[in-house]
Design a protein around this ligand. Structure first.
Ligand SMILES: Nc1nc2c(ncn2[C@@H]2O[C@H](COP(=O)(O)OP(=O)(O)O)[C@@H](O)[C@H]2O)c(=O)[nH]1
Ligand SMILES: [Mg+2]
Length: 311
């Protein structure tokens, strides 16, 4: 299945709310009017796009409509809106490849509990194994009893080793050990799982700082990438969460998960537009294959696609 079809399937619930609504608004008007713009505005806002991004989208859309010589036929809105959403998400479309040219390169995974960190690690591992990289995992979420088991289980399934010290161990010590081991044994990529307690900012910062310090003792440049995993089902809240992590943990990239299970996928738009952090991957299912590199153009088209649309 091509990227567009995979995204289209994955985004079914969001599409119903966003693409479906927009199509019916367009077809219910015979001319482009203020009323039509108002309806689009309301649809975007209620589909978790947020007020700021909705207003920005509509402003750009109006400009585009003005430029295209038109008899006022609302049908042109559909393509112009797709292009506008693509453009609005562009700040998050990082052209630079991931900073993974080191041996080993370290990816630290952060995010609140349940956001999909461990599952994303499994998916990333699968992604990198396909590129023939040697991957090592570190179970530095030592807080929850089942966390180590979960990542070890994924490691077994993927045929990848997991460095762990069990429940209750010091996460910084696990990260230190894992990086030492990855260096000594020539791994290409070390992915470090962390616990996502967000009791308060200071707490989170403290724990992550300890992990950073431990790794920098092994390699002053580590971690090379810090991925913040956001739960796509939380819509606008994911944006607020991202801002907290952005202040505390030197995030270099985003992953938005669970876009398959939600009608709130419109929140990807403000997340892309407002944070200035590249969105690297999106999760559209629970299996290890269900991770896609973020492509704003394909994503915009999939968001507004109807069931009949194909590539
Ligand atoms: N539908 C769906 N479920 C996901 C996705 N990513 C993670 N999950 C599920 O979300 C739950 C929490 O994931 P987990 O990786 O344990 O989160 P963590 O606490 O951040 O490590 C699990 O049941 C996962 O299967 C996704 O992209 N789609
Ligand atoms: Mg976990």
């Amino acid at each position: 299945m091509g990227l567009f079809s995979k995204l289209k399937n994955g985004l079914t619930k969001t599409r119903a709310k966003l693409g479906g609504q927009i199509r019916s608004i367009i077809s219910s008007h015979s001319k482009i009017s203020e009323e039509l713009y108002d309806e689009l505005e309301e649809t975007l806002i209620t589909a978790d796009v947020g007020i700021d991004s909705t207003l920005a989208i509509l402003e750009t859309l109006r400009e585009k409509v003005r430029k295209v010589s038109t008899n006022g036929d609302p049908e042109i809105i559909y393509d112009l809106l797709t292009d506008t959403i693509d453009e609005v998400m562009r700040p998050a479309a990082e052209e630079k490849p991931l900073n993974l040219g080191h041996t080993p390169s370290v990816i630290l995974i952060v995010g609140v509990n349940g956001s999909g960190k461990t599952t994303t690690i499994a998916k990333l591992t699968y992604h990198f194994l396909k590129q023939n990289k040697k991957v090592l995992l570190a179970a530095a979420d030592t807080f929850r009893a089942a966390a180590t088991e979960q990542i070890v289980e994924w490691g077994d399934r993927l045929g990848v080793q997991v460095i762990q010290q069990g429940h209750g161990a010091d996460p910084a010590a696990v990260a230190f050990d894992a990086l030492q081991s990855a260096k000594a044994r020539g791994f290409d990529i070390l992915i470090v799982d962390t616990a996502g307690r967000l009791h308060n900012k200071a707490n989170l910062m403290h724990e992550l700082e300890k992990i950073y310090r431990a790794m920098k003792k092994q390699d002053p440049e580590a971690p090379h990438e810090v991925f913040l995993v956001l739960d796509g089902t939380t819509g606008q809240n994911a944006l607020q969460q991202a801002k907290i992590f952005q202040e505390t943990s030197g995030v270099t990239g985003l992953v938005i998960t669970k876009l398959d299970g939600t009608a709130k996928g419109g929140a990807v738009i403000p997340i892309c537009r407002e944070l200035g952090i590249p969105l690297r991957f999106i999760g559209i299912g629970e299996k290890m294959e269900d991770l896609e590199p973020f492509d704003p153009s394909a994503f915009a088209r999939a968001l507004l696609a109807s069931d009949e649309d194909s590539e």
